[in-house]
Design a protein around this ligand. Structure first.
Ligand code: DGP
Ligand code: NA
Ligand code: NA
Length: 213
């Protein structure tokens, strides 16, 4: 990426996991922790339901509209592309982005429906690659027990089992897998430790890269 070489920058940290795995609380906590240490950090989430594309996604998820699976996949991807340049600007300006779901959700949820894996990855090519992926690992059955699912389209045990299998295919050794069944404070501790290490590497000028790398 142009001009990124040894500039100090913010870290791009993505949290992934099944619905009800605790991503949202852990992302929020990580942002507070980093800010408490004096780092600039923002909480982001995908889908970003505030954009025009995000509103289409939102109405699909709440079953207010029906869309072909491929179409939905491309909308989720477009929703990330809508934010790409802002992401790059923020990171280069030194703000770390803690992101609740990203392209890995895109591939896991769509390939769980039976769409071709490589076809699912294709529209994500060229988006910024995260510096760290934190995977909150929870058995689908346990996630389902957590206060029950909401009424959104994907919040069904049978489907979440498939998503879990797809995440396993996507996982690589660079991911940090955290046991999401540990006490919340223990999870936070682990998340903070690797999160801070990642932020420090980026401050030292770790290069930004692109998906899929
Ligand atoms: P959330 O706002 O994190 O609860 O996400 C809403 C739902 O959408 C959740 O079940 C995960 C799913 N999801 C998130 N990103 C994508 C994506 O890129 N593609 C597909 N198909 N589903 C996604
Ligand atoms: Na959800
Ligand atoms: Na969530």
């Amino acid at each position: 990426i142009n001009g990124a070489n040894t500039e100090s920058r913010g870290a791009c940290i993505v949290l992934e996991g099944l619905d009800r795995s605790g991503k949202t609380s852990q992302s929020t906590r990580l942002v507070s922790y980093l800010e408490g240490l004096g780092h600039s950090a923002e909480l982001w989430r995908f889908p970003d339901r505030t954009t025009s594309v995000g509103q289409m996604i939102s109405s699909y998820l709440s079953n207010e509209s029906q869309l072909d699976d491929h179409t939905v996949h491309l909308l989720f991807s477009a929703n990330r592309w809508q934010k790409r340049s802002l992401m790059e600007r923020k990171l280069k300006a030194g703000t770390s982005l803690i992101i609740d779901r990203y392209s890995f959700s895109g591939v896991a949820f769509s390939s769980a429906k039976g769409l071709d894996f490589d076809w699912c990855k294709a529209p994500e090519i060229g988006l910024l690659a995260p510096d760290l992926v934190l995977y909150l690992d929870i058995p689908p059955e346990k996630a389902a027990e957590r206060g029950g699912y909401g009424t959104e389209r994907y919040e069904k045990l049978e489907f979440q089992r498939k998503v879990a299998d797809c995440y396993k295919v996507l996982q690589d050794p660079s991911w940090k897998v955290v046991d999401a069944q540990l006490p919340i404070e223990e999870i936070s501790k682990q998340v903070q430790e690797v999160g801070l290490k990642c932020v420090e590497q980026c401050l030292k000028g770790k290069q930004l890269s692109l998906l899929w790398s």
